[in-house]
Design a protein around this ligand. Structure first.
Ligand code: SAM
Length: 293
C-alpha cells in the first residue's frame, strides 16, 4: 500500500483503491451523510433497452460488443448486508440532544441510489441494520436511454434513491435563516420536494463511469443534509463524483473504489482540483489528498 501525501489542508478529500469492507485501515471519521450508488447486480444486461446493444444503435446491424455485457467488471455479487454493516459502523451516531423548536436534529442519514426494482430489497436490508425509516427520492430526466421499442411502450426517464435514517429525522438544511435570538426568520427556507430534476453535467466534469451521477445533483443533496466541515462518505465512489461535489462544498470527503481504472481516472481527472474554484471562491486551496494505491 502506497500513501502519496500531497500537502496539509483544511478539508480532506481522500479516495482509496480498496474495498469499503477494509475501512478500518484508514481511520476515517464517521459520516454525517453516506451517499452510495450500489452496483446494480444486473450483470450481463446493463445495456438492455439501450440502442448501444446493437452496432450503430440499429438492430438490423446485429449485436455490438456491449450486448450481454456488464457495465463494469465489479457489477456482480455486491453484498448489501456488508454495505449496511459498513454504514452502521461509519455513520455518525444518532443526535440525542433536543433540537430547538422547528429545527431538525443533527442526526445522520444515507442516500442510496438504486433501481425501482431494488427499493424493497434495500428497505428490508436497511431495517435489519437499524435504518428503520426512509424517504423515497425520485429524479426526473427529460431524456430516456430506453429508446428501443419506444413507439410501443412507455420508456423510463426516472432514477430512484432512498434517504435512509435510523429513528430521528436527519439534519435538514432548506435555506432557513436564523435571527439574533435564534429564531427562524419567517419567509426564509423552502419546501424541499422528494423529486429533483436530473441535470446532466457540462463538459467541466469528466465522463468516467457508465453509471456516473451528476455532480450538480450530488451538490444539491449534500447541501440539504450536511453543513460545511461535515463528513461525506461514498463507499462505492466510481468516478469520484460524490467526492468532487462534497469537496466543492467544503465538506470532508472519503471514498472507496475497487476498480483500478475508475480509481485512477477519478484521482487524475475528477479529483484533480488544479484551477477549480470551490464555493469560497478560492482556487485550488483545498486540493489535497492522500491517495492510497
Ligand atoms: C454504480 S457504480 C458507482 C458510480 C458512482 N456513483 C459515480 O457517480 O461515478 C458502483 C461502483 O462500486 C464499485 N465497487 C463495487 N464493489 C465495491 C466494494 N466492495 N468497495 C468499493 N467499491 C466497490 C464498482 O467498481 C463501481 O465502480
Amino acid at each position: 500500500m502506497k500513501n502519496d501525501y500531497i500537502k496539509p489542508r483544511k478539508y480532506k478529500c481522500e479516495i482509496y483503491r480498496d474495498s469499503m469492507q477494509n475501512y478500518k485501515k484508514y481511520g476515517i471519521p464517521p459520516a454525517q451523510l453516506i451517499i452510495a450508488d450500489v452496483p446494480y447486480n444486473v450483470g450481463n444486461n446493463f445495456y438492455g433497452s439501450n440502442p448501444v446493444w446493437y452496432k450503430n444503435g440499429d438492430n438490423k446491424n446485429g449485436e455490438s460488443e456491449k450486448a450481454h455485457k456488464a457495465a463494469f467488471n465489479s457489477d456482480f455479487n455486491f453484498n448489501l448486508y456488508e454495505y449496511f454493516h459498513f454504514c452502521s459502523k461509519m455513520m455518525k451516531k444518532e443526535d440525542t440532544g433536543k433540537p430547538n423548536r422547528g429545527r431538525s436534529s443533527n442526526s445522520p442519514c444515507m442516500i442510496v441510489f438504486c433501481s425501482f426494482e431494488q427499493l424493497n430489497t434495500l428497505i428490508n436490508a436497511a431495517k435489519k441494520h437499524g435504518f428503520n425509516n426512509y424517504i423515497p427520492l425520485v429524479f426526473i430526466k427529460n431524456y430516456s436511454p430506453q429508446v428501443l421499442k419506444a413507439n410501443m411502450r412507455i420508456v423510463g426517464a426516472t432514477e430512484y434513491a432512498l434517504c435512509l435514517y435510523r429513528n430521528k429525522l436527519p439534519k435538514f438544511r432548506n435555506g432557513i435563516q436564523i435571527d439574533e435570538n435564534g429564531k427562524n426568520i419567517r419567509g426564509t427556507g423552502q419546501m424541499v420536494f422528494n423529486w429533483f430534476s436530473w441535470e446532466q453535467d457540462d463538459k467541466s466534469i469528466p465522463k468516467i463511469h457508465p453509471s456516473q451521477k451528476p455532480v450538480a445533483l450530488l451538490k444539491r443533496l449534500i447541501s440539504i443534509f450536511t453543513d460545511e466541515g461535515d463528513v461525506v462518505i461514498d463507499p462505492c465512489c466510481g468516478s469520484g463524483s460524490t467526492l468532487r461535489a462534497a469537496h466543492e462544498l467544503n465538506r470532508n470527503a472519503f471514498g472507496f473504489e475497487i476498480d483500478k481504472t475508475f480509481y485512477t481516472r477519478a484521482k487524475n481527472e475528477m479529483l484533480n482540483f488544479e484551477g477549480i474554484t470551490n464555493n469560497t471562491g478560492i482556487i485550488g486551496q483545498t486540493n489535497i489528498f492522500d491517495f492510497i494505491n
